[in-house]
Design a protein around this ligand. Sequence first.
Ligand code: C2E
Ligand code: CA
Ligand code: CA
Length: 783
Amino acid sequence: MKLQTKFLSILVPLILAPLLLVSITAHQVLKSNVQDNSQTQTQIIADQLEWKISKSEELANQYINELQNSYVLNRDRIETEINTFHALRPGITNISAKDVNGMQLAHSGKHLDDVIHQAPLALGSLVLTKSSGYFVVYRQAVKLLTSNAESIIVELTLHLPELGQFIEATRRNSHIVIVLRDKAGTPFTQDRSLKTLFSGTSFSENTQSKNAEPIQWNQKQFLVSNKTISNDISMEVLTPTLNVRSATDKLNALLSYIAIGAGLLSVAILHKSIAALVTSPLARFQRHTQNIVKGNTVPVNSLNRSDEIGDFARSFDEMRQHLLSTTEQIEELAYYDTLTGLPNKVTFIDTIQNLIEKSTVTGHQLAIVFFDLDNFKHINDGLGHEVGDNLLMEVGNRLKECIRSHDIISREAPTNGNDGNSMIARLGGDEFTLVLSKINSPEEAAKVANRILQRLGAAFDIGDNELFISASIGISMYPKDGKTPEALLKSADTAMYAAKSNGKNNYHFYNANMNKPVLERIALESSMRSALENQEFILYFQPKVPLDQEPCFAFETLMRWKHPEKGMVSPGLFIPLAEDTGYIHNLGDWAIEETCKQIESWNDQGYKNVSVSVNLSPVQLNYGNPIQTIKHCLEKYRLSPSQLEIEITESGLMQNEKLAISLLNDIKALGVRIALDDFGTGYSSMAYLLKFPIDTLKIDRAFINDIESNPESLMVLEAIISLAKNMNLHLVAEGVETKEQLEILQARQCNYIQGFYFAKPTEAQEAIHFFNSYYEQYQEKAS
Ligand code: C2E
Ligand code: CA
Ligand code: CA
């Protein structure tokens, strides 16, 4: 049921019930008033009748007195006297004189021969005739003048036309029937039905009670009231109930109309005011709610009221505003990345779609640049999410700068990483994407990729940390590498993986052959998880042969993965993978333990001067806890700390210098030696050599390769050697494959030679065997 109907169904009875009650009460009061009225009417009628009769009585008395006083009445003259008297008084109908015995002495006037009824009245008798109506007959004794005290009876008949006229007129005009009755109850009427109506009922005074039931006569209802007029005559007054009814009914109808009118008016007013106060504001709220549901949030300010509805409107508006801001936030969340404020994947895909449509008109190419930070996972895990988040924000900022300065694309000022022609987005984690439109050749995309690598190469100051990171970038081109945004993204992602596998910190364009290695990489990643448990990893040892010094047994451990299906997998393939997944921590710890175990075994076998260097990944160094493992293994296998050396690369030191320095100092404090690997390939900075507690420099194979033929390489080699000598560092030459190379190095007093010329990395047994036979030859030569 509608609210308005409910209100009305409650309120309408509340209004109508009192109105009806008033009208019923009024009806009752009126009814009793009318009855009272009919009694009063009866009384008035009775009074009038009484007055008329008493008037005739007075007249009769007057006549008789005149007769007695003015006429000489004796037996002989009586006839003449009566006639004379009568002739002078036409108001008298007839007059007669009788002696005491009833003998008629004289008579004048006409006889009443059509008498219907005659009844004694207190002083005379009332007569009703058929044709002339009512008469009163008075009788009185009159003394004769002649004889002594002889009396005669004089009878005087007077006509009462007013009485009949009055009764007739009352009946005619008001339908009120007046019936006179004598003491015996016989009615003065010719009407048979009236006669029957009153036959049997006796004469009594004021029989009618107030609430008497009406009687039925002449097919109508009458209220009967009764009144005594004289001792002998009573009067019945029949008032038709119709008269009473119609009066009360009229009033009743009037009251009903008033009640209905008042009711309708109240209903209308109620309807209006309920509508104004409650239902129309509610309907408005409903419309507003529907608008809000449809996403159209118009203010509800038009309801400026001071009542509860007004309060409700204000709360409603607050709710709407809250909803509005929540919706905006949701939209922001749905389309933008909360951390960097860059568009997210949804927006990015939309943008690519738009640019694809545009480029079909312009004929330009599109480039999707997909990049992933190298080793970001370790920063996040090792230094905490806050550092990770800040780094990502900074990366976002630098990327924005990169497109801003992109001369082809960025003519208009970009906002939020989007200038209409290009857009940077964050897909999630450390993956960012960039779309470049209006590109004429892939070289333009390569330029941007290079710029990004360059910009990311500079140190990031995040809190107390100075962080260095790199990125691997994959690029796909529209329309060559995909027709849809999704396909283009997938191709760019594949190319990015290829860049990662290729040593990171570089970019790769997509080509169709790339899918295979990417899939292989994914398969390898999953099989690596159980490889340690399955003892699929082994350590190879490569001898480092000392020159011009005491014989010693020095090795570098190099890891191998004997994959059950793929055979021997190169560390160049699986180490980056293990670094990406964080698996390197387990693998690195395992390598340290295996190395120490092997040293212990050789110690036990009685070998003197055994020392082994083990490679430590930058990820282990920066985000792991290698010191614990080293300490534990030295104790467990009872090694002299100087028997162990760790090899680190420049890139490992660069990522977080402060941390690296303190960690290396701790390692150094244990007595473990530290070697800087691949020296010459990175920054080869003097500063590093001074800042870090380095014991050994390992010259990278790239410089050894062509020292015989390339004087420049030789110059670099010589510079490194003199640097090492000056700084009192041990020098290891890696990748020595030829006698010539060996001799050049020998002549320049390099400390150790590592390379295929002497021995490849092999199993421990074989590696120690190499030295055994090497020293045998050496001794032979010496002797
Ligand atoms: P690296 O530390 O620079 O190791 C030397 C690499 O040069 C080894 O490759 C070795 O087999 C190779 N090599 C040695 N002498 C010669 C030579 O005369 N000619 C040529 N062509 N190559 C020579 P490998 O074993 O494939 O290892 C590659 C890289 O994998 C290593 O480079 C190292 O960075 C990493 N790696 C290997 N084992 C481990 C490990 O246990 N932990 C960590 N973190 N990294 C490891
Ligand atoms: Ca090494
Ligand atoms: Ca090396």
